[in-house]
Ligand binder design. Structure first.
Ligand code: AMP
Ligand code: ZN
Ligand code: FE
Ligand code: FE
Length: 291
């Protein structure tokens, strides 16, 4: 059983359609894949159809842009009701922040001498429901102004770089509570990668578990092996589910091939069981059946 619970499609900043992603997952020998586009559930229906056709399991998920003590933190949410009013409102607000940021980034880049336009970013983003810096980066690549996404982030778009523009993200505890209210399950994405470790020490993870956090992504390319070992020990102490995933973005991110990290079947079972309970609580269904 090979399980990958963190992937992106063109519905956010991956480079494959949901159908192409699911086909690639089957070809990579995966049995279960979660589609976790940034801040949107818009890819779920297409992914579900494709998963049915190729005969692999799909877990409907998303990766929510959250914020903890001013730092950007990503929260994976699995199996929430996409139409839950609180969740839908939170995601709308995040996507509005994404949309509003594009002309601001374009203006900064033009001041720096770029020929980029908002129309070009829109064209590159195509069907994306959640537009992001990777699309701006791709537009710059298309104009021949940078070589690849990575260079655009390093020189221009990363935090602290000249074309960086902040945007609204959901306070982390609020995001966790909202996911649970929507009948879903929360797992912190790459919590100890890219400078967020100091904001999320064991004591804070324990508090978040009390708020409703169900798990942490342990195996991820942003975590060195030693970090994975330490985080796994913390997860076990706190009773948190441990996941492992690729964070695949098609060709948009190197070294994140499908299945490069995977989740143990028992961990997926625990996650699904927890989602079942959250859903029952959210819908008032006690799980009892009259018969
Ligand atoms: P945004 O969602 O607009 O804040 O942009 C963040 C996204 O860009 C995340 O999904 C990352 O996966 C992606 N990203 C961050 N740094 C890089 C990089 N150096 N190269 C390619 N993608 C990146
Ligand atoms: Zn991404
Ligand atoms: Fe992430
Ligand atoms: Fe991701």
């Amino acid at each position: 059983m090979r399980i990958d619970l963190h992937t992106h499609s063109r519905v956010s900043d991956g480079t494959q359609t949901p159908t192409e992603l699911i086909r690639a997952a089957a070809a990579a020998g995966l049995d279960v894949i979660a589609l976790t586009d940034h801040d949107t559930c818009a890819g779920w229906d297409e992914a579900a159809e494709a998963a049915d056709r190729v005969g692999i399991g799909l877990v409907r998920g998303l990766e929510i842009s959250a914020e903890e003590a001013g730092a950007s933190v990503h929260l994976l949410a699995y199996l929430p009701a996409a139409d839950h009013p609180g969740l839908a409102a939170m995601l709308d607000r995040i996507r509005q922040g994404r949309d509003a940021r594009v002309p601001q980034m374009v203006a900064r880049l033009r001041e720096l001498g770029s020929r980029i336009t908002v129309a070009e970013v829109d064209r590159v983003a195509g069907p994306a429901a959640a537009v992001g810096r990777p699309h701006v980066a791709d537009a710059l690549v298309g104009l021949g102004e940078v070589q690849h996404r990575n260079e655009a982030f390093d020189r221009l778009l990363g935090r602290g770089r000249p074309a960086y523009v902040d945007r609204w993200a959901a306070p982390l505890e609020e995001a966790i509570r909202t996911v649970e209210a929507a009948g879903g399950v929360s797992v912190l994405a790459h919590p100890w990668g890219r400078g967020t470790r100091r904001h999320l020490p064991e004591s804070r993870l324990a508090e978040l578990a009390g708020v409703g956090l169900a798990g942490v992504e342990v195996a991820h390319q942003d975590h060195r092996p030693q970090v994975r070992r330490e985080l796994a020990e913390v997860a076990d102490r706190l009773g948190l589910i441990r996941t492992g995933s690729s964070d695949h973005h098609g060709t948009g991110k190197v070294d994140h091939e499908l299945g490069c990290h995977t989740t143990e079947p028992e961990m997926l079972d625990a996650l699904l069981e927890r989602a079942g309970r959250a859903r029952a609580a959210a819908t008032g269904d006690t799980g009892e059946r009259l018969g």
